[in-house]
Design a protein around this ligand. Structure first.
Ligand code: ADP
Length: 321
């Protein structure tokens, strides 16, 4: 099982690209939040996944429970009366890139508590994935780190996606410190080129990956949009080209990529101890990362994140396998 934890909200996505948020007249709602998208991606590809988060005791919370269940994820949603379910309003630019506006004051997903995450939710996980904004605020931050440490103690491979979205983090120095502090806890870290530059003050990908590997992770995967990805271990780097598509909405591409990657690693039985060696082997990296590139690429061809995730058959067909 791939266990994911953290941010969970509803994305309100417009029907057309290129409209400023203020002029959008219709939105379609869809479950979102980076780690929830990852859990859904794994399930859609035929893997087993569980997602742990907190939602409000409201209709949006019911909707998310149902949406995750329908996506094939085992939802473990703690309900609260203290806050309402998080919401995000998305606006799509012409090229499919997106802008967000959030309802979070605070949103329920940020109120997850350590005591609410029981060991039996973590003990059967081959992989534990976390990241994103759940590290910004308490009590969710302590809860997330507690879960990651417990999962590691149970032998899980720990996957971390910092998912920097600056307007949300508000304070860049704080964001850098929080993210860099988590690196020793992770075996596998997914970052984008921009995140590397942000985290290491303008460092390029090689330099940033080297700095991160020194802090403890065994493997860094840098995503490069249409150009695919690059994988780094202490043994060197391997580039895997992207899969060409016509994007309409890039929402969820990175999460879908992570889902594809984790799904393949879980299937191959790669744990923390095997990760470094496996991700330094060219043929293995090509297999795993072209699969992840294809899941990421296909997700950009439809609107939304979870509704746009591809199946395994669609992914393999895209790769001509
Ligand atoms: P994020 O969504 O985290 O910013 P990227 O935009 O780099 O991450 O996308 C993640 C992955 O999705 C890429 O590594 C690539 O495999 C795939 N992808 C994203 N955009 C495209 C695109 N325009 N064409 C083909 N593949 C894409």
């Amino acid at each position: 099982t791939v266990v994911c934890l953290g941010e969970l909200l509803i994305d309100f996505v417009p029907q057309t690209n290129g409209q400023p948020l203020a002029q959008v007249d219709t939105f379609r709602k869809a479950a979102g939040g980076a780690p929830a998208n990852v859990a859904a991606a794994v399930a859609k590809l035929g893997g087993k996944s569980r997602f742990i988060a907190k939602v409000g005791r409201d209709a949006f919370g019911d909707y998310l429970q149902e949406a995750l269940y329908e996506a094939g994820v085992e939802p473990v949603l703690v309900r609260t009366d203290e806050a309402r379910t998080g919401l995000a309003f998305v606006s799509l630019r012409e090229d499919g890139e997106r802008d967000f506006m959030f309802y979070r004051d605070p949103a329920a997903d940020m109120l997850l508590r350590k005591e609410e995450i029981k060991d039996d939710l973590l003990s059967d996980g081959a992989i534990f994935h976390f990241g994103s904004v759940s590290l910004i605020a308490e009590p969710c931050r302590t809860a997330t780190l507690h879960a990651a440490r417990r999962a590691r103690a149970f032998g899980a491979l720990i996957s971390y996606d910092p998912n920097v979205r600056l307007p949300l983090w508000t304070n860049a120095d704080f964001a850098r410190r929080v993210i860099v502090d988590q690196l020793p806890l992770a075996d596998l870290v997914k970052v984008s080129e921009d995140e590397i530059a942000f985290l290491f003050h303008g460092a390029d990908i090689e330099e940033g990956a080297r700095l991160m590997l020194e802090l403890g992770p065994r493997c860094i995967v840098a995503t490069l949009g249409a150009a695919g990805c690059r994988v780094f271990t202490k043994k060197g780097g391997i580039a895997v080209p992207g899969v060409p598509v016509e994007p309409v909405d890039t929402t969820g591409a990175g999460d879908s990529f992570v889902g594809g990657l984790l799904c393949r690693l879980a299937e191959a039985g790669i744990g923390a101890e095997q990760l470094e060696e496996a991700m330094a082997e060219e043929s293995f990296v090509r297999d795993v990362c072209s699969f992840a590139n294809a899941t990421g690429a296909l997700t950009t061809t439809k609107r939304g994140a979870i509704p746009a995730l591809p199946t395994r058959a669609e992914t393999l067909a895209k790769l001509g396998r």
